[in-house]
Design a protein. Structure first.
Length: 301
């Protein structure tokens, strides 16, 4: 895995979730892109960049997420809340050539259309959005931050993400040496945030984070707290929301959580992911997906 060190300015401020720009530093902030020591993610072709639109077709915000089947796309509840439609791109560099002059990426069509020849292979649309019950980040730790996008065009891949079995992470809550437990985060969010500017590649990146806590006031059994500070580690930031927290190394396809929030708008390394290894969450996902979710895999990592 080649670790990227060089950052390129891509005008990321334009796509930061509005909520993240107004919340105080001590509040929960919807999370975004991979920061720190990260690498291009070519391991998880089912992780996509999802763009959401308002009732009149206007751009609203963007997030990340994962395909569980050819048409069932898992993301965060705060991503699907308050919007009417979505478009998902699965190219690793889905928006990397986005131009502020034209407002689009010529290769993929991001964010306004599926480029010619990509619909149903690397791009799909949806007007069927679901929400587990997310209301606001004021509800931390139990935010019910799970959302589903049911795609109109199936995306045929050789592999898809699967969900960790119920209570997979419970044994880590009191286990000694839990700090040695690692996860892999993936997403299309901002890669550097500071008071002056943001850096966004709109490219799928991944990084390793270490388990910090499952029982803190902000976790409390509903969230996974991980830390991306330090050599060889990476964190999440704005627009990584909805992206997967894979249990284990970069080779893992097992989702144990969904990137949800952090407590700093500058994305300094501490991340919280909403746990998907809880029976009620798994039951909601499979029931809501209906026939489209018949092939969702739930199993141990």
């Amino acid at each position: 895995m080649r670790i990227w060190k060089k950052l390129r300015a891509r005008g990321g401020a334009a796509v930061v979730l509005a909520a993240a720009t107004v919340l105080a530093l001590t509040t929960a902030v919807p999370a975004g892109a991979v920061t720190g020591d990260y690498a291009k993610d070519t391991e998880h072709p089912f992780v996509g960049l999802v763009v959401f639109y308002g009732p009149n077709g206007e751009f609203h915000h963007r997030c990340s997420g994962s395909l569980l089947t050819p048409t069932v796309f898992l993301t965060a509840g705060h991503c699907t809340a308050g919007v009417s439609a979505a478009r998902v791109y699965f190219q690793q560099d889905a928006g990397v050539d986005w131009s502020p002059e034209t407002g689009t990426d010529p290769d993929t069509g991001y964010p306004g259309l599926c480029a010619e020849g990509t619909r149903g292979s690397q791009c799909a649309e949806s007007e069927e959005l679901h929400n587990y019950g997310y209301t606001s980040m004021a509800e931390v730790p139990e935010t019910k931050d799970v959302g589903l996008v049911i795609l109109e065009q199936p995306i045929a891949l050789e592999e898809y993400a699967h969900l960790a079995a119920p209570e997979t992470l419970d044994t880590l809550a009191t286990r000694r040496g839990q700090q040695e437990t690692t996860f892999t985060v993936s997403g299309y969010g901002i890669s550097e945030v500071n008071p002056v500017s943001d850096t966004s590649f709109r490219e799928r990146l991944m990084a390793t984070s270490k388990l910090t806590n499952l029982t803190s006031a902000s976790a409390d059994g509903y969230n996974v707290q991980t830390n991306g500070n330090g050599k060889g580690l990476g964190a999440t930031c704005t627009a990584d929301s909805g992206g997967p927290l894979f249990y284990g190394t970069a080779a893992s396809n097992t989702i144990a959580g969904i990137t949800s929030f952090n407590h700093s708008r500058y994305c300094k390394g501490t991340n919280f992911s909403y746990r998907t290894d809880r029976r009620d969450v798994i039951d909601w996902i499979t029931a809501t997906a209906g026939d489209a979710g018949a092939d969702i895999v739930v199993g141990t990592p």
